[in-house]
Design a protein around this ligand. Structure first.
Ligand code: HEC
Length: 152
């Protein structure tokens, strides 16, 4: 069940990413924080996919390094959202700057849950709950602060 849920979360996180890439290669984004955070999120996304795939395969060995990288990258999120850094190709909502403390809290939650996942993965424990808690933080922040993808 949990694995199925996590796969669903991964699909939610990644569904349409290929389409976004085709329509919005990062070179369409202005150099600076908007392009940098796109690349940061893509890196976080790739590590999240590594974790999801590892769980599906029942081989959790890759989880430690991937979660360590997410933990580190989570600490870089807020600096790449300077006030007013919007762009027509960015999916950042204006709510980020209207509700900065909450946005910061979301980035912190990702960092904390990734750190907890590193600990449980290093100990060889059951990583599913930890992974689920971490993926919840992606969804929570995206639901509040990321503009939904345009359909069609
Ligand atoms: C604190 C808020 C926050 C958290 C936590 C967060 N994200 Fe994001 N993410 C965003 C925002 C905002 C954008 C859109 C940025 C933009 O378009 O300028 C985004 C964009 C993305 C993108 C699209 C990149 C692109 O431009 O094509 C991916 C993939 C992504 N996030 C994956 C993840 C994953 C996986 C996690 C959890 C492991 C996560 N994010 C956690 C806020 C967050």
């Amino acid at each position: 069940m949990r694995i199925a849920w996590i796969s669903g979360a991964i699909v939610l996180c990644f569904g349409g990413v290929a389409a976004v890439r085709a329509a919005n290669p990062s070179t369409d984004l202005p150099a600076g924080p908007i392009r940098d955070r796109h690349e940061l999120m893509e890196g976080i996304g790739n590590n999240a996919k590594t974790i999801g795939d590892a769980l599906k395969a029942g081989n959790t060995a890759p989880v430690v390094v991937a979660a360590e990288q997410i933990q580190r990258d989570a600490g870089r999120i807020t600096a790449l959202f300077p006030s007013g850094s919007t762009h027509q190709k960015s999916r950042a909502k204006a709510e980020i700057w209207q509700n900065w403390a909450k946005f910061e809290g979301g980035a912190k939650d990702l960092q904390t849950t990734a750190a907890a996942l590193v600990v449980v993965a290093r100990s060889g424990g059951d990583v599913r709950g930890g992974a689920q808690a971490m993926f919840d933080t992606c969804k929570s922040c995206h639901d509040q602060f990321r503009i939904p993808e345009k359909q069609g």
